[in-house]
Design a binder for this molecule. Structure first.
Ligand code: CDT
Length: 315
């Protein structure tokens, strides 16, 4: 049986503060329909796809913050997306801000769901590696307050068996961390889906060039794919949101670590690739056959220690 998944990376252009969820969902449905016309089985949307990238703003009141969070998924505003995808029989990945009340306690996560072609949520992931800072930082050119608005994900990096393969999810900054891919790699992952919002400018180093930001993105997703013998589908929110430019550069990477599709604009744009999940096997059975080649007796520090401890620390 063929295990070729035709994947659509549905990059979104800018969503400004004034844009409502209806605008975002309408644009996502248009991309979904384009993906259906091109024969896609799976569509990947960006991180926090329903609104502007609000962590760049220092929101003061709970009411201001709550506007950006979903308490239900599907929500009334996203139901049309779920309905259209089900009609078209297309699976999708969607990133959004999640507000959960559990045991009387409120929790907020940067979340993604994987929805199958029957319209059922088959997986949920909550972003583990939150970048940025928790309090307003006047030294930055702009804010990146993910640590203020979200708590680190509490679901780990699971892998789901669906669509004839093994699928994992992560979100934006997670893609820069080799641990993200390796934990999924150890569960045999064959396709990692991820959405991102990467500012085109480094808020702490504004002179850094756009192309270096793009290089670090490519480097991270290509290394993650190759070193774990998996497809990686990385999809951006791009363009200029209320004067703040996002990088773009949505990318589909093969298990050989090669880029097979890349967006060309900073607007709504669909990239498409036929991804043969069986291409993972060669890498998983040879150079990255973990069972034969890994030496876990030397990897203890990775889980015992978070930060750097230099051998000369005590001097
Ligand atoms: N959304 C998100 O996670 N953005 C971060 C910005 C960090 S700047 C290095 C990212 O990794 O793209």
């Amino acid at each position: 049986m063929s295990r070729i998944i035709r994947v659509g990376g549905a990059q979104l252009g800018a969503l400004n503060l004034a844009d409502t969820r209806d605008v975002a969902v309408e644009r996502m449905i248009a991309l979904l329909e384009q993906a259906a016309a091109e024969g896609c089985n799976l569509v990947v949307f960006p991180e926090l796809a329903l609104t502007t990238f609000f962590p760049r703003w220092n929101l003061e009141t709970p009411e201001e913050v709550d506007r950006y969070f979903e308490t239900d998924m599907p929500s009334p505003e996203t139901q049309p997306l779920f309905d259209r995808a089900k009609e078209l029989g297309i699976a999708f990945y969607l990133g959004y801000a999640e507000r959960e009340i559990e045991g009387g306690q409120e929790h907020r996560f940067n979340t993604s769901v994987l929805v199958n072609g029957d319209g059922n949520i088959v997986g949920k992931y909550r972003k583990v590696h939150l970048p940025g800072h928790a309090e307003f930082d006047p030294k930055r050119a702009f804010q990146h307050l993910e640590k203020k608005y979200f708590e680190p994900g509490n679901l780990g990096f699971p892998v789901w068996k669906t669509m004839g393969g093994l699928f994992g999810m992560c979100i934006c900054n997670d893609r820069r961390w080799p641990e993200t891919y390796r934990v999924m790699g150890l569960q045999g992952v064959e396709m990692v889906l991820l959405g991102f919002n990467t500012p085109a400018t480094n808020s702490q180093r504004p002179e850094e060039a756009d192309d270096l930001r793009g290089f670090h993105h490519d480097l991270s997703v290509q290394a993650g794919a190759y070193q774990n013998g998996t497809w990686v589908v990385a999809v951006a929110k791009a363009g200029v949101e209320d004067g703040h430019k996002l990088l773009g550069g949505s990318t589909i990477v093969s298990p050989a670590g090669q880029i097979v599709a890349k967006s060309q604009t900073l607007d709504d744009e669909l990239i498409v690739a036929d991804c043969d999940l069986d291409e993972c096997t060669f890498y998983k059975e040879t150079v990255f056959d973990f069972a034969r080649h890994r030496r876990i007796e030397h990897y203890g520090l990775i889980t015992q220690q978070t930060g750097v401890v230099r051998p000369d620390a005590a001097e």
